[in-house]
Design a protein around this ligand. Structure first.
Ligand code: NDP
Length: 449
């Protein structure tokens, strides 16, 4: 229950309007709980209907994506683009290809993206898109035909000054290449800034692939330094997932002196007490697109177990959930606390359920929320757009240094915002309020509410 009657009324309306959209309700409630702490100081929000506008997307696009499989049969998927808020810049946010994609998931991700993009300090609005298409087990040719069909509708809604998609779950360099290629073909022009995460030969940025995972660790390192006078050195780390975010979070955690003892995919997890060999893992997941269980067959001393959630039964110091939303529920959080972990940084979007967040905070763990912690990906996407506009490329080190600076700034921004709200150390509130204020100021200044 929210203290403010106004916020409670808005939340009830969100739930009543779309009763099935559980993930969206969860994301909205968390943000409204933070705004509840400052709403008394801002009567202009209610007067101008600011919160009602903030929780309603500017535009929701939903379309059919027909494509031909390798047997010549036509398959039909559903495509989405949620253009949520463009008050501070063109819509920006990834595309997700996964069977669990639906309107609720798209809206929750688009909503979170508004605040995340605001935290980067770069001029980017919030959006998200994707499809219930499952790239697993599809041939390259099938993935290409799907992407081309998806872009045949999507192209009319996007552009470097309106909406610039990128990757997310199931959308990596291969998919971005096919999508961008189709856009270029239809529009008959090279418009680099329309998509980010592009290949290096056609406008991609160095360090974009690594950015989200590296950024997760840069923010964690700064949080440890500032709040515990500590670091990754000699810490046992668990990273869930083994996709783009997880692999590069594991790489940076290792470079900073931690030992990554376990990683997972949607089937199960591997445990390697000596530290995951990232060259082997990258070969399995990125080059061969195989299951993580292969790792245990190839690396002596490591084991594989079924059930991806059981990864959290292993004791560790630092938890980096980097797979998907709502992976850590209450009982899992209790287990993590009992096993002695002291830090949780959300690499995936909303990987911890609200009850898990409360358990971590009550137990005194450091908790960095996804809006802040995984903002490095979209930040370097913003830098990719800058390089495209300049017709210029920065070196890996230049991009990586800018990324580090952005992540350190984000940490201090949310840390200070939490203090100003009277809840020192509550980085969930800090991230929500710091991200929200900038967007709302921009909305009010432009008469957008
Ligand atoms: P990938 O597709 O590269 O990897 C996803 C990983 O999570 C895979 O290991 C996958 O396992 C696992 N996974 C996916 N869905 C589920 C599920 N329902 N249950 C269990 N495991 C699952 O995606 P990314 O690494 O790009 O994204 C991971 C998270 O990070 C997402 O929440 C995404 O929104 C977020 N994120 C990504 C950014 C980016 O730059 N890529 C930027 C900011 C946030 P399997 O291989 O078996 O499917």
């Amino acid at each position: 229950m929210l203290k403010s009657e106004y916020l409670q009324k808005v939340y009830t309306q969100v739930v009543t309007r779309d009763p099935d959209q559980k993930e969206f309700h969860q994301a909205v409630l968390e943000v409204l709980e933070s705004i509840d702490l400052i709403i008394d100081k801002h009567p202009e929000y209610e007067k101008n209907g600011v919160i009602e506008s903030f929780v309603e997307p500017d535009r929701m696009i939903c379309f059919r994506v027909p494509w031909v499989d390798d047997n010549g049969k036509v398959q039909v998927n559903r495509g989405y683009r949620i253009q949520f808020n463009s008050a501070i810049g063109p819509y920006k946010g990834g595309l997700r290809f996964h069977p669990t994609v639906n309107l609720s998931v798209m809206k929750f991700l688009g909503f979170e993206q508004i605040l995340k993009n605001s935290l980067t300090g770069l001029p980017m609005g919030g959006a998200k898109g994707g499809s219930d298409f499952d790239p697993h087990g599809k041939s390259d040719a099938e993935v290409m035909r799907f992407c081309q069909s998806m872009m045949t509708e999507l192209y009319r809604h996007i552009g470097q000054f309106t909406d610039a998609p990128a990757g997310d779950i199931g959308v990596g360099a291969r998919e971005v290449g096919y999508l961008f290629g189709q856009y270029r073909r239809i529009r008959d022009r090279y418009e680099g800034g329309v998509m980010t995460g592009k290949g290096l030969t056609f406008g991609g940025s160095l360090a974009r692939t690594e950015a989200t995972g590296y950024g997760v660790c840069y923010l964690t390192e700064e949080m440890l330094k500032c709040m515990r006078n500590d670091s990754f050195r000699n810490k046992k780390v668990i990273v869930s997932g083994s996709g783009n975010v997880a692999i590069f979070a594991a790489e940076k955690a290792t470079q900073l002196g931690g030992t990554v003892i376990a990683m997972s995919d949607s089937n199960g997890y591997i445990h390697d007490p000596a530290g995951i060999k990232l060259d082997v893992l990258k070969d399995i997941k990125l080059r061969r697109r195989a299951r993580i269980s292969e790792y245990a067959k190839e690396v002596p001393g490591s084991t594989y177990a079924e059930g991806f959630r059981n990864i959290w039964s292993l004791p560790c110091d630092i938890c980096l959930p980097c797979a998907t939303q709502n992976e850590i529920d209450g009982p899992t959080a209790e287990m993590i606390v009992k096993n002695g972990a002291s830090v949780v940084t959300e690499g995936a979007n909303m990987p911890c359920r609200p009850e898990a967040i409360r358990i971590f905070q009550d137990a005194g763990l450091l908790l960095a929320p996804s809006k802040a912690a995984n903002a490095g990906g979209v930040a370097v996407s913003g830098l990719e757009m800058s390089q495209n506009s300049m017709r210029y490329s920065w070196t890996f080190e230049e991009v990586d240094n800018k990324l580090k600076e952005i992540m350190v700034n984000i940490f201090h921004n949310i840390y200070n915002a939490a203090e100003e709200c009277g809840v020192p150390g509550d980085l969930v509130v800090g991230a929500n309020i710091a991200g929200f204020k900038k967007v709302v100021d921009a909305m009010l200044a432009q008469g957008l509410v």
